[in-house]
Design a protein. Sequence first.
Length: 410
Amino acid sequence: MTPVETASRLGPVLAFRPVPGRAEMPGNVPGTAPAEERILLSPPHLTGTEPTALQAALHSGWIAPAGPMPTAFEEAIAEATGFEQVLATTTGTAALHLGYRLLGVAPGDEVWTSTLTFIATIAPAVQMGAVPRFLDVSEESWTLDPARLERELARAARRGRLPRVVVPVDLFGQCCDLDTIAALCERWGVPVLCDSAAALGATQRGRHAGRGARLAAFSFNGNKIITTGGGGALASDDARLIERARMLATQAKEPAPHYQHETTGFTYGLSALLAAVGLAQLPALAERVAARRAIFARYREALGDLPGIGFMPEPGWGRANRWLSVALFTPRSGAPEREAVRRRLAALDIESRPVWKPLHLQPAFRDAPRSGGAIAAQLFETGLCLPSGSGLTPAQQARVTAAIRKEAGG
Ligand SMILES: *Cc1c(COP(=O)(O)O)cnc(C)c1O
């Protein structure tokens, strides 16, 4: 290709307005009526330093998934979370997959998780032949119920069939009761892999999300609080685990001049280009958490007086990053139906989404064993995730709350 041809192929890319919202929405063509901005659930929020970081990575020539950029990103994640060791991965799901592999998940093993989560939490384990068991959540935090876990572990020990791994989830950026869960699992010698994919910047009893688990997985997907466009991380305080994860993430190459393999691995290392984006994003974490928490507080202030409307609780032992603000609409207490609210918002070009459909209700897991599930099912019936991006302006948020008030007749 000639440089001219290259430039013309890049044309649409260069013309693309990358940040949705504000004055440059595609609908705002001169001479046409300005369309109301589409409000998304959780779009990427750029700091403005990403192009510089990307350019630095490109100029350095180090663009493979190795070298100084991924290392610097891993160190920055370790510093932000307090974990000793971090491996940057292609996705959060890849980090979970590596976690399952490190913990020796094999066909027929049981893997326990909270039923109220995204399918990515359990998908890699199921693909490895594990049998998922879905446990209900607590009313207090909507995360894995430790009391139920305690009963189920004792029962499983009597049956002689303890899970290979327990995978609590930090739901919508709210930490699970990890200290309690880790202590229970420790009693039975069951390792904990924490799905902290959406919980960067959240804390539990003063420690960062995932701390106290054997392994924790994070995501830098485009919708998360800090994003590399696509990316993830596996973290642990056990250096040997992360060292092995690093080996598995690079096709399980043994140290030798030729390609030597004692097992099979993956291509799961994060590209240096994306690591550069992450390095530009990460310093904004505290600001992003503050912004999302402020958005949650504004929703509560603007809607809290309406009958039958509630919000995701925050237990005393945790400080959520409020990745997504979740409201509950209970019709028998006078609120409109969740779906009526969602449809009204959609008609106004405002994106919202029901709370995760519990995994025990998913056709993919029709036959999976479970313990309870009624609390999660109720949250799915009534819970709606509202626009929560840290770039959401008060004016945009006022559009959301006005629409909800209108649907509620108040
Ligand atoms: C985003 C997310 C994942 C998956 O992360 P990816 O980077 O998209 O693979 C897993 N679990 C939860 C709870 C998530 O929110």
